[in-house]
Design a protein around this ligand. Structure first.
Ligand code: BES
Ligand code: MN
Ligand code: MN
Length: 456
């Protein structure tokens, strides 16, 4: 059955796609200060469209960082209220020379749209917006009540939205959240994500001498902060992938037997994953856990970069005065950011070698979350997905983090329906990010049908 809103979406698809391209041309990179105005431009672009479509009370909500976009339409008496969430900010596009077309010039190639933010998350935000437009245009009303709340700081920890949700819960009264920022487990396989890892993102700064020194004159006597940092990092995790911070694993709640059994029946080929998705000669990680367990239900620790010292072309003989490392940990249910950070900080301070000072700083955090699946909204979602994709929905977790989802539960008391349409090879955060055009189209139809089913 195709509703009149679905028919409207099909008839207007070409325009929807051109609009998405216009949004993707705005380089709204939340972490780079020089793109602050672009973030605001992207927020205004989305807000203007919500207003044009007939959403009400549309406004930018200022935060200490980038603005939130809010709008509502609350005229479906006795029907549930959805809080529709996504993010308009994107990750930096580097390394630029690996892109086959410029990151902020969206380009269609073999059934995909390539651009930074195509799938994470502008394409999915646009799918939500266009689902709402289709419903409004076809019926002059929405089947359920809707509040839209988009943020521009998801990729940097989402502090602005977290403060807003914590301080103004009465402005966001809803029955469930609809989050479109996740992916299908495999092409054509309708998927709901029901668990995310949390994270703590940290920076370790090591200082040695009072200034950079000639490495010939002082080498052998002056402490080297990079060597000290390497020694610290080498003690964080052993060669089997086990994190060595005392107490790190103590409070983990493992997945249930039922969940593990369901994961084993997912169509997953480890060798194919190693070759095509990861592209490394061997996978690593904790023994005794499958890849899905390791990436969805086990914590991990990664080093993202070690800024400082000499990194130019050629050689410079210097002992740098300081070195830093960006280190993050992914957390799973049972672990809390505050306790994990405290354990990690005191361990790093303890293992620091002699002769250097160490600062361990917390940049941002997010809680892990697990979504209850025994509610009418998840059921409505599976009905809608079955109709559009012709198959039963699989329930998966994801190793990524969306910090606000835990807050929706804690502060608003609402469960989230994480219905996203990315694919595992969409290159999120990497060069040549893409959104499959068919998924954009069926994503819009799924979201339309979901809102219609949520009213039943
Ligand atoms: N959309 C991703 C998270 C994600 C990726 C969920 C794949 C499901 C599947 C999100 O935009 C993201 O990248 N989050 C950051 C959050 C962090 C900066 C706090 C992440 O996971 O690194
Ligand atoms: Mn995202
Ligand atoms: Mn992201």
């Amino acid at each position: 059955m195709s509703s009149s809103a679905v028919i409207y979406a099909r008839e207007n698809h070409a325009r929807f796609l051109e609009e998405l391209k216009a949004l993707l041309r705005i380089p709204s990179i939340s972490t780079l200060p020089e793109h602050k105005d672009d973030c605001r431009k992207a927020a205004q672009f989305v807000a203007a469209e919500l207003r044009r479509m007939g959403m009400e009370h549309v406004r930018l909500i200022e935060t200490e960082g980038h603005p939130l976009v809010y709008g509502d339409c609350l005229h479906a008496a006795a029907k549930p209220t959805a809080l529709v969430y996504g993010h308009y900010d994107v990750q930096p596009p580097d390394p630029l020379d690996e892109w086959h077309s410029p990151p902020f010039e969206p380009t269609e190639r073999n059934g995909n749209l390539y651009a930074r933010g195509a799938v994470d998350d502008k394409g999915q935000v646009w799918a939500q917006v266009k689902a709402l437009e289709s419903l409004l245009a076809a019926n002059h009303a929405l089947p359920i009540n809707v509040r839209v709340l988009f943020e521009g700081e998801e990729e940097v920890g989402g502090e602005g939205i977290a403060n807003y949700v914590a301080s103004k819960p009465s402005d966001l009264k809803a029955d469930f959240a609809l989050v479109s920022d996740t992916e299908l487990f495999a092409p054509g396989l309708p998927t709901l994500c029901v668990g995310l890892r949390g994270m703590i993102y940290t920076e370790i700064e090591v200082r040695g001498a009072k200034t950079d020194l000639h490495s010939g004159m002082y080498g052998g006597a002056a402490p080297n902060p990079f060597v000290a940092l390497a020694q610290i990092i080498a003690k964080l995790k052993d060669e089997k992938g086990h994190i060595l911070v005392p107490g790190f694993y103590d409070s983990i709640v493992p997945p249930s037997k039922g969940e593990l059994a369901a994961w084993r029946s997912l169509p997953f080929d480890e060798e194919e994953y190693r070759k095509s998705e990861v592209g490394a000669k061997q996978l690593v990680g904790e023994q005794g856990y499958s890849v899905l367990e390791r990436t969805w239900a086990r914590p991990t620790l990664d080093v993202h970069g070690m800024p400082g010292g000499f990194t130019g072309a050629g050689a410079k003989t210097v002992i740098p005065a300081k070195a830093t490392a960006k280190v993050s940990m992914r957390l799973v249910p049972g672990m809390t950011p505050a306790k994990t950070f405290a354990l990690y900080k005191s361990y790093v301070e303890k293992i620091a070698p002699p002769g250097v000072d160490v600062d361990v700083r917390l940049i941002h955090t997010g809680d892990a979350c697990l979504i209850p699946v025994d509610n009418q909204y998840i059921q409505a979602a599976t009905r809608a997905l079955h109709e559009v994709w012709g198959r039963d929905t699989v329930f998966i977790r994801s190793g990524g983090s969306i910090p606000i989802v835990g807050d929706f539960d804690r502060h608003l008391g609402v469960p989230s329906v994480m219905m996203g349409f990315g694919l595992p090879d969409d290159n999120l955060h990497a060069p040549n990010e893409k959104f499959n055009l068919k998924n954009f189209e069926l994503g819009i139809e799924s979201l339309i049908r979901f809102m219609e089913e949520a009213a039943v």
